[in-house]
Design a protein around this ligand. Sequence first.
Ligand SMILES: [Zn+2]
Length: 387
Amino acid sequence: MDLLVSASSVHGISDRSGPGWIHVAEGQIEASGHGEPPREADLHHDGILAPGLIDAQINGAYGADFAAASDDDWTRIVTRLPETGVTAIVPTFITAPIEQDVADLHAYADRLASTHEGTRLLPCHVEGPFLAPTRRGAHREELLIDPTPERVQALIVAGGDALGYVTLAPERDGAIAAIGAFTSAGVRVAVGHSDASASTVNAAVEAGATLVTHLFNAQSPLLPREPGVVGAALANPGLTLGLIADLYHVKAEAIRVAFTAAQGRVMLVTDNLAAFGMPPGKYELGGQVVIVKPDDPARRVDGTIAGATTGLDACMANAVASGVLLEDAIAAVTSVPATALGHAQLGHLRPGAAADFVLLGADDLLTQQTWIRGAKVFDRERLTVRD
Ligand SMILES: [Zn+2]
């Protein structure tokens, strides 16, 4: 199929936005440019055309937790996520017994190799079990352990190419050596659920860490004489920072601080749970019960925030409403995560890119259409009831 799409504002072709077009053929961007298209467009959108959204941290959605999802659950999730503009995800498996992590990684490697429809599955994220008990959030304390060489090797071997990154606390015994082992094996490392000092975080970066998991949440805060994980994250140019812009995990001022201090290094993530896209009620996260009430994030029984239930397109709109420039907010869900995770064909619309793109409302940034591999997989018009 050969398709020319134009829009009044195209992002992802160059470092500026404006009227433009993309030419799609065989699932790829064949050509693209600003200004008048080379022929009459097959589809014109009076709004924003942007690369497909990439969610670098998601635990589940539409009623299923990835750690316990059936084949039908996975199919439902990758079929429905395009409703929020999401064309690629990094499924996250939270702290579990290490044997369970190994089993999950084997199963995920098989799934990655056999799933070719809907939202793309990218190499996954294992969050834990090498985390700080004092910053554990929803992770089970009795399962938090040190990253011994044997444990690290077990995850590397089980994950292979299906393991994208691991979140760990760099202050744990053996963590700096573990970072070296993971990154030498091609697995990225994020600092998170950590009480580390800024100097320990900087040592983690020296050892190869490149990411920070959900900036501000479950980590040592910025204090003047101990800048903590937050201070090191904002100051160290070697780190890309995940941020949950649902306005519950972080408020508008914190979002603006992140985008201002770490320009071009913020990637918005949802950290969504099984409860995303579902009515309020009780759901599961890594074997624990979480409760979702109307207009509130998911919480553990003790009240701790345990994950989010806001779509990635809505998080992007929240960032803009918080005062972040539109182009920076779009980059934070497209080019920034693609670059940070090493997916050169995603996150932009230059020739050779995957033909994954979204048409967004000019004002509300709501996803109107989502295309993956050059095919339309979601169209909001079809959901609209007409008189
Ligand atoms: Zn977390």
